[in-house]
Write a protein that binds this ligand. Structure first.
Ligand code: AMP
Length: 130
């Protein structure tokens, strides 16, 4: 069965899309740790990021860099933190999180609650900066 991320990529489940190319897809995390929290996923389904071959994992980071630079410009922050967890969704992905201090990467702290309108507004700002 396709993962939830594959279903998002295929357009079966809605998302706040940020970017896409032949191999990768970026969209906003629905339960963000910070405003602008974005996920980068390979279209090719693999449960574990370190199972990706060298070329794919390298290209994924290059794609993530482009997205991170756009988030950096769109959201007030010092830089973009990168995290790989992958315990919830069995489809390799990178979390890109705007941060100003170390604690901003804490997934256990209370997450940010954003309305549909707020998601759309941040999405627009990030996309404009790609
Ligand atoms: P993890 O697999 O532990 O790295 O966490 C998966 C991440 O995917 C979590 O941060 C979720 O909030 C996020 N997530 C799960 N379902 C969706 C969805 N439908 N749209 C956007 N983000 C999602």
């Amino acid at each position: 069965m396709a993962t939830i991320f594959s279903r998002i990529i295929q357009g079966e489940i809605p998302c706040y899309k940020i970017a896409e190319d032949e191999r990768f897809f970026a969209f906003m995390d629905i339960n963000p740790v910070a405003v602008g929290h974005t996920l980068v996923v390979p279209k090719h389904e693999d449960d574990y990021i370190f199972n990706l071959d060298d070329d794919e994992i390298g290209a994924m980071m290059v794609f993530a860099k482009k997205v991170a630079k756009a988030i950096e410009k769109a959201v007030p922050c010092k830089r973009i933190g990168v995290a790989v967890i992958g315990l919830e969704v069995p489809h390799a992905h990178i979390h890109l999180i705007p941060i100003t201090q170390e604690g901003d990467m804490d997934f256990k702290k209370e997450h940010v609650h954003m309305s549909d309108e707020e998601f759309r507004e941040v999405q627009k700002r990030i996309v404009e900066n790609l």
